[in-house]
Write a protein that binds this ligand. Structure first.
Ligand code: 5GP
Ligand code: ZN
Length: 116
């Protein structure tokens, strides 16, 4: 997708601070961190959200979870705790329409729930 910022990060056309990369997945620090540690983990393949995932995509979504486990260990938060979450659609606040998982850690996180 030529107009997708995360595809541009995958292609190296936009800069990012990477923390993890393999053949299918890349992870990099969020530009506007919502926690002391805020990493975005994405499949290199473009699809907009969980809604658009097809049978061939479940393996890479598993790879994203595996990357999260590895990132937690490498950043030293496996024991203290972390959250991995994806926003899908308007009510979840999805802004970038390339599937991504937020990896949040480094402090006690707010409970999940409905916005005020
Ligand atoms: P969403 O609300 O779509 O789940 O989250 C999109 C996330 O992407 C936001 O946390 C936002 O700060 C992050 N983001 C948007 N543009 C860029 C960018 O160009 N580089 C990086 N590293 N993060 C970005
Ligand atoms: Zn994309």
């Amino acid at each position: 997708m030529s107009d997708c910022i995360f595809c541009k990060i995958v292609e190296g056309e936009l800069p990012s601070k990477k923390v993890y990369e393999d053949n299918e997945v890349v992870a990099f620090y969020d530009i506007e961190p919502a926690a002391p540690i805020h990493v975005l983990i994405i499949p290199k393949k473009h699809f907009a959200s969980l809604n658009e995932a097809t049978d061939e995509d479940w393996a890479v979504i598993g790879q994203v979870q595996k990357a999260a486990q590895q990132i937690a260990q490498e950043l030293g938060v496996a024991e203290s705790g972390y959250r991995v979450v994806t926003n899908c659609g308007a009510n979840a606040g999805q802004i970038v329409h390339h599937l991504h998982y937020h990896f949040l850690a480094g402090a006690k996180l707010a409970p999940l729930g409905v916005a005020n």
